[in-house]
Design a protein around this ligand. Sequence first.
Ligand SMILES: [Zn+2]
Length: 64
Amino acid sequence: MECMKTVQIQCPFCGALNETLIDCSIEPPEEYVEDCEVCCSPILLVVHSVDGEIPVVEVHRENE
Ligand SMILES: [Zn+2]
C-alpha cells in the first residue's frame, strides 16, 4: 500500500523546521538528501522505521 506522510524535520545547519514527505512504502533504513528550505544546505535524512503511520526520521549534516 502506498502512502505519503508529512514529517517535520529540523535543519541541522540553521535549526529551521522543514516539512518533508516520507513514502511509507519504503524499506527502512533509507537515506536521502533534501535541501533546507531556509538555508539551502543539504540535509541527510535517515528513515529508521515506518511504524504504522509515523516515520521515524533522523537528520544529519550531509558532509558528516
Ligand atoms: Zn537550514
